[in-house]
Design a protein around this ligand. Sequence first.
Ligand SMILES: Cc1cc2nc3c(=O)[nH]c(=O)nc-3n(C[C@H](O)[C@H](O)[C@H](O)COP(=O)(O)OP(=O)(O)OC[C@H]3O[C@@H](n4cnc5c(N)ncnc54)[C@H](O)[C@@H]3O)c2cc1C
Length: 424
Amino acid sequence: MTNPDVLIVGGGIGGLGAAYALARRGLAVRLLERSAEFGEVGAGIQLAPNCTRILDDYGLLDEAMDLGVVPDAMIMRDAVDGSELTRLDLRDLERRYGFPYLVIHRSDLHAMLLRACERAGADLVTSQRAVAYANIAGSANAPGGARVTLADGHTEEARVVIAADGLHSVARKLMADDQPVSSAYVAYRGTVPTSGGRGAGVDLSEVVVYVGPRCHFVHYGLRGGELLNQVAVFESPKARAGEEDWGTPDELDAAFEQTCDFVRDGLPHMWRGKWWRMYDRDPIMRWVDGAVALLGDSAHPPLQYIAQGAIMAIEDGWVLGEHVARHLAGDGSVDWPAVLAAYQAVRPEHCRRVLTTSRAWGELWHLDGLPRRQRNVLLRERDTRDYSFVDWLYGPTALHPSDEPPMFTPVPLASAKADPLTVT
Ligand SMILES: Cc1cc2nc3c(=O)[nH]c(=O)nc-3n(C[C@H](O)[C@H](O)[C@H](O)COP(=O)(O)OP(=O)(O)OC[C@H]3O[C@@H](n4cnc5c(N)ncnc54)[C@H](O)[C@@H]3O)c2cc1C
């Protein structure tokens, strides 16, 4: 391949999703990944209907469902006493939105997207670390494209560069002078077999989140029910005190001391040698600079509380692919300024809502004392068939700003009757 139409930097779920979305439109796509091998770390990931709808459009949904688990219910419990607070009937949710709620191993999702990219003819190159981005001068009729400089000094050029280079994105410096924001929370993850021990007694038809004071615990099944995935998240006192060495296993055990037996019994089964400090960034509303565009966590790294980070990245790629299809001339050329303008017009506002809602959701989950008891009363009262608070998330991905459902008015927690969970 000489210069491709599109260069994508970063081979995570976002980069691969975009590579597939564009390669399936017949574009020449080259993806540059800094690691020596493609892969994903971590365990489970939840894919809501706004993502499974896209996987279906890609012809990948059946494969994803074979690799994962389609649970029947999502249940929220109080982490201290273990009691149920509220639930979503995921089969009913599937009927409402037309597509299932799926849980899948990250490495299975990543490998599936990698295979799809290979089939679509994308050029996937490892050991390529991007260090700089630049637009190439052109004219209104002939935009110049963009250039990426790699760590070994060589450069690559294309009509468009998509930077899917994650939380610490190099390309983001073109758009914003900001830094990741530490939440002082840390996540431990782990999987156990369901053939015996801890994994054997757990109902895999449920995704369960236990919400507690400054902590929460999530579990669900993976790989057709062979594995139980567990995630333990807590606020680190050492992080709050400004100490460097934060999120250590002693803090994990202390954070969950007051939680119920089921939650505490899960802690020895976490991967205790590795933990993920949780950062997001403040939303930015400009993702495109000339022929360079941000995608995925480089544009909108969230706290993961509403499980939309990878989904937003997959949606970003799908939106680009749809607009390419609408701006593709008979000779195969693409009106890239129009594509990028459409992408810029619709994606940042949606993702801003996800980022701010994720932060608010985390605050609600981690309440203590009287606010925790008030929250529990409200959640027990909610109509479990009320989906108004997720329509804007789980409905079809918008291609134009006018497709987005209207913003819900935020309801102050103390007076809320239903779901005070969407913020502006
Ligand atoms: C505990 C936890 C649970 C989560 N659960 C969910 C969930 O249930 N559902 C969901 O949708 N999301 C979830 N997320 C969020 C989700 O994991 C991320 O939002 C998503 O993986 C981001 O994908 P990405 O491809 O944009 O970025 P990344 O996964 O960070 O990928 C970036 C890629 O770019 C490469 N790269 C970086 N810099 C360079 C460079 N300079 N040159 C070349 N390559 C480079 C990296 O090696 C990497 O491969 C969760 C996150 C956490 C921490």
